[in-house]
Design a protein. Structure first.
Lengths: 328, 328, 328, 328
């Protein structure tokens, strides 16, 4: 490996996700392993524009592999969308002697990084960190697997009550634009129906499906609803609709909310984060830039940032069919 | 022990709570141990009025000690509040040869049981099962300890996000009339403020407290709000108020909802349920009736049902003070 | 699909694994969906030879998707290795009118199934269920992902003590012949060293590595050791060796044992089990036999049983390198 | 309150326990609340003799309430048992201007503290932190409740395997001198037998009990064995004994080990730690010394250290009876 890179910065940006700390740790340790200096940037692009930096060595990241959130903190930045903002950031990087950046985040993070790279020819590599799994070029984003377990455990708890009271529950899970969480959690928790942004099931089919479910002897039901479900009704409106259109249903609603983002990462996410961090740093060392590292067929591969942003992460339609069969 | 009781019925009623299954198991096994027949009644007083019974032996309750919810299912019954409903129930009990009832539930359950006892002189003993801990005559109701752990784990997850983004979170927890969950969880999760039904803190003090918290260097804050908080504003209204009255706060809301009721019971709740079930059955065998079993100073004691219903479960004011000190 | 299959039997055999119940559920529900009868066989091949069968319908498998172990129970059978034993089994299947079998288990289970298929031309499809992930033809066996999380959580707990006391811990995890669990858990828990059956690190390197680890400022260390580690020393012998050859080390040992096999399956394992069950039943319906369903590049694919048995599941050597870098 | 105390030191000593960090946090924040300076002492009495101190303020203890282990680290010290060692410690305290000590630990910690107090008339207050619950003067030591949940969850997992294979498991849990963990976990996990240091059940009764258990239709069994069980046989010897004296048993052994000490504290332990820390600091402020704070009848009370050390923590014999009834 050629090694013109002497100092690498790392930041987390956008919504936090479990595994971000494990990725930070991996970037820092890989730098240490290759005798590259490493600098943590606080609060994403905000801190980049303020020069809110901290030198990090191998010991700076001990005991964080199993922590949710991000020790570098995260933020969404409007100012970085301006040329002036990015110029500020560039100056801080040059002053600090930083040669390249590892960006941990999602779509927005990568878009910012790509523009920054184009304007200043500054080397950047992205690591996909978001529970939504909505990034092209990786089968799993950091935090997705953990979020699935967190949500499934919560739904298991709600099912205790649903079963005890013969109730119908609408449970809203994260996923404004994509149904990955809803789809996997729906199958994993044995939900009777799954409503996602990608498919308009229609209210009639929902009601029909619930009727069939009850006739088949089920005394309680769980419907998993992605935030951005195509039907376009909130879980509260769905409850009202069922209350009006079906008799003898005791319908309840639960919005799982922010707890879905937190918690200790799963083993899968920790391992994935460790692998991605190594690949990100070593790719920069090899002179590569403007790529995202991702998991493709269980290998860590590079995808151009542009593709990662523009490509569409597709849901596994097989899962919809599996879900339908399981709801028999 | 005199032993005129030959057959005991057991039911769960009202909201389900972790530990109810462990209590059912204990009642059934204690009956088996003393060669008393045991009959499970489904869906609380509903099933009682319908004669929805099932003979249970020691093996009927295997592998349920660690399950949330209630295998006997639960319901709230309007009809049992009528004399006719209770007469129906009495007839089923006599026909089935049942001599006494163990009632697992809360206030409403016990009120029904007490009236039933008065009208038909039918022996009943109550076991307090509700996550709210709002029953007089026991320091802990079944499910309370489990719910505290469930909620604290959820708040821990939300704090990951709060800390990563420097946010303020209002988190609504169960407790319409009492603040036990909010108070303990507030202290246990290190919340900055705790809003409960028993005390009107006032919005001004809340804002003041949050300002102080920020000045002292805290970058994120958690406020735990009981459903029935005295201020009388929902978590969403609290968010709006802070949005309007404080600058530079990124305020979010999370309503934990029904997941608080479910899950595998804690060791404490399993042990408590086991002890309570033994005491309930053996008290009936000793000819006692119209009592609730409860935990007082770590011993299982009897309290007359009437007292249990009318008495007021008081929150530990020391905890409010501890909370204030911890928020330093 | 042609549909000559009218009745399918399903059994679990060998060591139990989280996700087996989810797979049973999927097989039963997929049968119900396609109007095929389904029969559960108890205790694996033991029950097959005894005709210990139970008719199962869609409701028989409710509330088991999140349960560890197997409701059909499992066993290892010597008698099924004899021609007489298998003949007994065949007769029971014919008498019961069962047309095909779904076998959930590992190597031994599949070997039995393949021989049975050859002798009696009886259709069989295997589903890989074992926490060890030691089956060729699938990137993940059922239970593997859950076991990783279980072990990582246990190691996290031990690290609390290790860090508090500046100790070195040798932790033995499952894996007699393969190091998948050790390798992933080692990376996921941030272990300083990982000892696996596939590589002989040598005791000298281990001691060297621990010395370096301490010099770099680490005050505590975790070494993950697979049961069948190539060095050939038990964790207790490793402790003795370090006690003798290194000064000032407070060395402890923990053998995680059987708890690694149990627990509620992760979302990943539940989804995988659901997908595999559908594929197994539908493959039988399509006239396929003597295959194993497996996960390859995130798709469910078929591999001939013979290949699945003879092929070698390889560890990801990249992970060894990642582990070394992370231990910086 | 009189307030001659200006600076308080806090240390953790002996085996670590969940809740110790929450107690440290409480001591530090209570000091801050009362404008008392606070100094953390590293590695218990070892650090005291070396002057390994660190000034702590309210922000030093953020985000530790939910962490297992102890950020101040712990150690067992031989030198502090000598007069010279204690003199060293005293000099460091005087030099640093520390007026009083809060000691978090168990028997050994308190013995050291009491002697130190006698020799130098130096104010000390103890907080009982140990998972064993073997301290007189408190119904619960810090970490006990958490350990119960940790162990019960592990036993639940093992039961998955036990049930699936119709096995008998001997599970060793912590408790060299006292059976609190074994007794509570035995009842909480539905064990068939519980072997503790306080009672010699005898091997014959054990075998008899297991036979009866099997005859009653149980297909699998769990026996919980405290480390210091009175029978005096290790779990491995127990297995051998049953292997030799009972037919058709598939007996396995699991030693849970150090994972029992770790993990995030339960809500109960966090609240208890918070209350104890407040009481410890405020007692010192009131001029009290040589006491231990403890939980008695749900109130925080003081017990003279001497009594806490010499008194005997008694197991709840009612639980043994409950266990026997539950094993019906």
């Amino acid at each position: 490996m050629s090694n013109k890179i002497k100092k690498i910065g790392v930041l987390t940006s956008g919504g936090d996700a479990p595994g971000m700390n494990a990725a930070i740790r991996s970037v820092v340790r890989t730098c240490a392993y290759h005798n590259i200096e490493c600098v943590g940037v606080y609060r994403g692009y905000e801190g980049l524009m303020e020069g809110d930096f901290k030198e990090m060595n191998a010991r700076s990241v001990k005991d964080i592999i199993n922590k949710g959130g991000t020790i570098l903190k995260s933020a969404r930045s409007k100012e970085f969308r301006t040329k002036e903002g990015r110029k500020l950031a560039y100056n801080h990087l040059i002053n600090k002697g930083i040669d390249a950046l590892v960006l941990i985040g999602g779509d927005g993070t990568f878009t910012g990084g790509m523009i920054f790279n184009e304007e200043f020819n500054f080397p950047v590599i992205g690591i996909p960190g978001t529970i939504d799994n909505d990034i092209y070029g990786t089968s799993h984003t950091l935090g997705f697997d953990t979020a699935l377990n967190t949500v499934v455990e919560a739904v298991d708890k709600i099912r205790d009550t649903a079963s005890s009271h013969n109730r119908l529950f609408f449970i809203e899970v994260m996923g404004r634009d994509v149904g990955h969480i809803a789809l996997n959690v729906g199958v994993g928790s044995g939900a009777e129906e799954i409503l996602i942004p990608e498919e308009d099931l229609g209210l009639d089919r929902l009601v029909e499906s619930l009727r069939r479910s009850r006739q088949s002897g089920k005394s309680s039901s769980i419907v998993i609803v992605a935030e951005g479900d195509k039907i376009g009704k909130s879980v509260f409106e769905l409850k009202d609709y069922v209350d009006e259109n079906m008799e003898n249903y005791d319908v309840r609603v639960s919005v799982l909310g922010h707890m879905q983002r937190g918690g200790a990462p799963s083993c899968f996410d920790r391992v994935l984060a460790s692998r991605m961090g190594v690949k990100a740093v070593e790719s920069l060392m090899e002179g590569k830039t403007n790529y995202m590292v991702g998991l493709l067929n269980n290998e860590i591969e590079l995808t151009p940032l542009e593709k990662a942003i523009k490509g569409k992460s597709k849901i596994n339609l097989e899962l919809l069919r599996v879900s339908e069969i399981m709801a028999t």
